[in-house]
Design a protein around this ligand. Structure first.
Ligand code: ATP
Length: 301
């Protein structure tokens, strides 16, 4: 058996998501605060002596061929690094798929970090993040982790260093939401007049939990609720049962509540488990776990 290593692929939630307009290239100009949470896929990478890139996963909902973003990332890594070795990638999928939690992007980022370690290529986090932008807009953030304001298509990052501890209860409604349909249904008059990220960054820096929770904002939520009324109904039910505000991550359909303590989060988690199958109890991944700019390419949790 060859060299084998484990890399965690952490999910993200959006604390803010503003769409500032449409760009000439057809993409939307976004401004969002992204926060890594400790819900993670576990990737095992093993040298493949035959020189091929192969993939296995414990989930039927993701493609296992070259369309999988982990596979794309391995090819991007080989092309950019010039290293032409093979790898077997095993994905233990824990992050709900197509849920607004960037599961595919997180896997791609974990492959970039993991291959850098496996093949000893010594690339910096900046280099890996730049390669990641070619795979998907959220991949650079998933390479860095922690908390950041993301602009442009989501690939232009400004790290936010904060020490805020917060618990997150996630609810994944059993509804398939298409990210493309949600952006496509966003009307020009719904574009944000101003980004909410500056207020959120101030609240995080001040460690003010109530201000953070009050500042959570997602311009796509009304659009997803309009297209998928069952998600809107569920959000109302979750709010009623949890007794705290309910938010949506990315283009949805995942809903989340922020709680200040483990005890309060556990109460909400158990109450929601009473009527929802997919509920997750997690917390912010501290920024300290995210590698510093240009620092070591990978830090194990
Ligand atoms: P997006 O907002 O970019 O659609 P998401 O966070 O909502 O992302 P993902 O879990 O990343 O959702 O899945 C989006 C799509 O990407 C799915 O249709 C899935 O089949 C495909 N995909 C490719 N590779 C992966 C992977 N490794 N993990 C999850 N999904 C993947």
């Amino acid at each position: 058996m060859g060299v084998l290593l484990v890399e965690h692929a952490f999910a993200k939630i959006n604390l803010t998501l503003d769409v500032m307009g449409r760009r000439p290239d057809g993409y939307h100009e976004v401004d969002m605060v992204m926060q890594t949470i400790d819900l993670a896929d576990v990737l095992t990478l093993e040298e493949d002596p035959a020189g091929a890139i192969t993939l296995e996963a414990n989930a039927s909902s993701v493609p296992l061929d070259e369309r999988n973003l982990a596979h794309v990332a391995a090819r991007v890594f080989r092309a950019n690094s010039g290293v032409n070795r093979g790898v077997r990638i095993l994905i233990d999928k824990q992050i709900p798929v197509a849920a607004g939690l960037a599961g595919g992007s997180a896997d791609a980022a974990a492959v970039l970090r993991g291959l850098n370690r496996l093949w000893g290529t010594g690339k910096t986090t900046d280099e890996l993040a730049a390669w990641g932008a070619a795979i998907g807009s959220d991949v650079p953030f998933c390479v860095r982790r922690g908390c950041a304001v993301a602009r442009g298509r989501g690939e232009r990052l400004e790290p936010v260093n904060h020490r805020m501890h917060a618990w997150v209860v996630l609810v994944r409604p059993p509804v398939f939401v298409s990210t493309g349909d949600v952006y496509g249904a966003l009307r020009a008059e719904e574009y944000s007049r101003r980004p909410r990220s500056p207020e959120m960054v101030r609240a995080l820096a001040a460690g003010d939990f109530e201000a953070v929770r009050a500042g959570v904002h997602n311009v796509l939520a009304p659009v997803t609720f309009r297209l998928y009324p069952e998600v809107a109904r569920l959000a109302e039910r979750v709010r009623h049962v949890a007794g705290v505000p309910v938010h949506m991550s990315g283009s949805g359909p995942t809903l989340f509540c922020l709680l200040p303590t483990r005890g309060s989060a556990q109460r909400v988690y158990h109450a929601l488990r009473g009527f929802m199958r997919e509920v997750y109890l997690c917390r912010f991944l501290p920024s300290a776990l995210a590698p510093p700019r240009g620092g070591r390419p990978s830090v194990e949790p």
